[in-house]
Ligand binder design. Structure first.
Ligand code: CS2
Ligand code: MG
Length: 402
């Protein structure tokens, strides 16, 4: 089966998405997500200028060889742009292979390992009570796991809190907006949020929280300890992850489960954290970690060290990524949980898909391939619009982690 053509589709139904389509001489096509929030055109160019010319004429069935060719053969390895591009090719080729077999993708990975994919939604509010009301709404929607993010008194904004309650899109059009941050104010406030949530909802629902890279190791240890009475499912991105040794400090001080890795793009980024069991959930996902071929390797290495998966699933990961991730989640033996930030109706119209949400779980469906397609005519109605993620500063102006 030869690759005859490939093209990049950039569309912006409310936010930018980059999709790779690969066509073959047997009339089958596959799709892969190549969206990197705020750097979309970098990946689009990498694919168009440097990857697609090398794909034409290759055997679409040789998924592994093409992965190795694009990774080892590029010389300049790793990094979010390169690995997003490889992920898009890999996902499209798995989509094609499953279609050629007439099977839903999860069957090619090893079949289902569970009845459904436990998902978590995103409750957020300006203050504790509004956040608690949003948690109640997600529980009424059938979620059994809810991430809670709350405004911090004295700060005009903080990560994860938005005007729109069902959709969260941090990227703003044109140039980066600047936010102000105070770790002290945050650390004083966050235990109050979870004390209230457990008081109102008890210990039935899984509660999660995303620190979003903003604390030092000892601060993260302090927050982890302070949250222990509220038994979080996980505390995410407590510390920026370039220095994995930082988590040796956090781990010594708290039994609050730790999640990390949505910004990682290869197994080598995760290796120390997994080998030393410094975390409990690995957040790498299909679009940013080299596709299904590489994500399976990360999951297997994690499984050896009792670490479970918790794939990133924010609005800026397209429905193509979500579709492929759900097939991975249904198969992967050391599954933990899947993030599920809903896409808007505009986005869902551009990307018709087979998955659905029911009883707290996502289900990929039985369509062949990963079950997601793209309406290219509709996609063309939404031209690219430059957008950036925010930039964060401390109150004295010091540039900080967003
Ligand atoms: C967040 C994301 O979903 C999450 O856990 O960390 O919203 C993240 O901020 C965005 O994906 C960045 O593009
Ligand atoms: Mg996160």
């Amino acid at each position: 089966m030869k690759i005859t053509a490939a093209r990049v589709i950039v569309t912006c139904p409310g936010r930018n998405f980059v999709t790779l389509r690969i066509d073959t001489d047997q009339g089958l096509h596959g799709l892969g997500d190549a969206t990197l929030n705020g750097r979309e055109l970098a990946v689009a160019a990498y694919l168009t200028e440097h990857v697609i010319p090398c794909l034409i004429g290759r055997d679409a069935q040789q998924i592994e060889d093409i992965w190795q060719y694009l990774y080892r053969g590029a010389y300049w390895r790793r990094g979010p742009v390169t690995m997003c591009a490889i992920a898009a090719v890999d996902t499209a080729l798995w989509d094609i292979k499953a279609k050629a077999c007439g099977q839903p993708l999860y069957q090619l990975l090893g079949g289902r390992s569970r009845t459904g994919v436990l998902a978590y939604g995103h409750a957020n509010g300006r203050d504790v009570e509004e956040t608690a009301d949003e948690v109640a709404r997600y529980l009424e929607l059938g979620y059994r796991a809810v991430r809670a993010q709350c405004g911090v008194p004295g700060l005009a904004s903080t990560y994860g809190v938005s005007a729109d309650k069902l959709y969260y899109e941090p990227a703003a059009a044109d140039l980066p907006v600047e936010n102000l941050w105070s770790s002290e104010k945050y650390m004083d406030h966050v235990p109050k949020l979870f004390e209230r949530l457990r008081e109102r909802f008890g210990f039935g629902p899984h509660l999660l929280h995303d620190v979003h890279h903003r604390l030092t190791p000892i601060e993260a240890a302090r927050v982890g300890k302070a949250l222990e009475p509220y038994r979080l499912f996980w505390l995410e991105d407590a510390v920026p992850a370039e220095n994995p040794e930082a988590f040796r400090i956090v781990r010594q001080h708290t039994v609050t489960p730790l999640a990390l890795g949505e910004v990682f793009n290869t197994l080598w980024d995760c290796r120390t954290l997994l080998a030393e069991q410094l975390i409990d959930y690995i957040r790498t996902t299909v679009v940013h970690a080299g596709g299904l071929t590489h994500l399976r390797r990360i999951a297997d290495f994690a499984a050896v060290h009792h670490v479970r998966t918790g794939c990133h699933g924010a609005t800026d990961l397209s429905p193509v990524c979500m579709g492929a991730a759900l097939h991975f989640d249904l198969w992967v033996p050391n599954f933990g949980i899947q993030e599920y930030m809903r896409h808007t109706a505009e986005t869902d119209a551009v990307f018709p898909h087979a998955w659905h949400f029911e009883d707290g779980c996502l289900h990929p469906g039985e369509a062949i391939g990963h079950g997601v397609d793209i309406d290219e005519k509709l996609a063309a109605k939404y031209p690219y619009r430059r957008a950036y993620l925010p930039v964060n500063r401390l109150e004295d102006g010091t540039l900080w982690n967003w």
